[in-house]
Write a protein that binds this ligand. Structure first.
Ligand SMILES: *[C@@H]1O[C@H](CO)[C@@H](O)[C@H](O)[C@H]1NC(C)=O
Ligand SMILES: *[C@@H]1O[C@H](CO)[C@@H](O)[C@H](O)[C@H]1NC(C)=O
Ligand SMILES: [Cu+2]
Length: 172
């Protein structure tokens, strides 16, 4: 096969790899540990800040990790969240390692039901947005996205190299 045709083929394959990796990275569900890596489900973490640095999509999980002697997790509505009341709770957990799946687009509210904890800031509001909508804050680096970046990088490298070959052929 002549070099020019080979270069074009490499270019097409590389472009396909880059496109598919980008698609998978955008659609993959993510598992978040609430407050991590700098905090957890505790009395010190700034959950407003933690949430602002992330974008949540349907299918993502959030895990509340804490000591069950010290805290619990109560899902409430907006009124309960605003008033720090678990009276009309949606559900509650106290395993110390509670996984909640963000099944659909919408807003979820959680707080710690122990006296005074919510008032001290132990509550979190999660906006779950469609994959194609909302702010596109960069997701935190995970093993899978890092691998995706390496593959995408290799694909881009091959693409650039093949384009350089084709460009140099133009002068022959
Ligand atoms: C979310 O949690 C559910 C139930 O534990 C599990 O089946 C699913 O694989 C998890 N998804 C992710 C992205 O971790
Ligand atoms: C949730 O609400 C029910 C009443 O609807 C109440 O009995 C229960 O104690 C509440 N759970 C928590 C953890 O506050
Ligand atoms: Cu608590």
């Amino acid at each position: 096969m002549e070099i020019r045709r080979l270069a074009l083929l490499v270019m097409a394959v590389a472009a396909a790899v880059v496109a598919s990796v980008a698609r998978v990275a955008a659609a993959a569900a993510t598992s978040y540990t609430v407050g991590a890596p700098d905090g957890l489900w505790d009395m010190h973490t700034d959950y407003g800040e933690w949430v602002a640095a992330r974008t949540f999509h349907p299918g993502d999980n959030i895990t509340f990790t804490y000591s069950r002697e010290l805290h619990d997790v109560v899902e409430v509505g907006k009124a309960g969240y605003d008033a720090c009341s678990n009276a009309n709770n949606v559900s509650s957990f106290r395993s110390g390692n509670d996984v909640v799946t963000l099944t659909a687009v919408g807003t979820r509210y959680f707080l710690c039901g122990l006296t005074g904890h919510c008032d001290s800031g132990m509550k979190i509001r999660i906006d779950v947005v469609d994959v194609t909508a909302g702010p596109t804050a960069a997701p935190p680096a995970t093993t899978s996205t890092a691998a995706g970046c390496i593959v995408a990088g290799a694909g881009l490298g091959a693409l650039v190299l093949a384009q350089a070959i084709v460009a140099s052929m133009a002068f022959w």
